[in-house]
Design a binder for this molecule. Sequence first.
Ligand code: RB5
Length: 146
Amino acid sequence: MQRVVVANDHGAVELAQTLITHLKERGFAVNHLGVTTTDSVDYPDMAAAACTEYLAGGYAFGVLLCGTGIGISISANKIDGIRCALPQNRYAAAMAKSHNDANFIAFGGRVDYPEDPVSMLDSYIDATFEGERHQRRVDKIMGLQG
Ligand code: RB5
């Protein structure tokens, strides 16, 4: 069973639960690091927890959520080895995998998406990294770190 790590702040409790339920329905084992209440937490802490867990190994990918998805994706992308995408729609979600080989996908719980975030997550999961010239570009992305 493939494992997925999920973390969110107080701005995305409901959407996190919706995506977790869907991931479980799709057969993933979900490790949810929180949070489940609207008590305020700091999204960089949630990003750090999920990325550290992912980098320990054994995960297919990770999902991060905050109010906009912006703060938590910025935070995740500060961490070596993480490529966190913040897609606008299903097309961008698929490209995040097929072109960018993103290992995290982020969503905003307070964002009014033009397409269902569940279907965006599916587009990401069901896409395949195309490699070749995209691998060269991903390597260049990762070379920008440190
Ligand atoms: C928290 O109020 C909010 O700032 C956070 O969830 C996120 O939107 C930040 O980018």
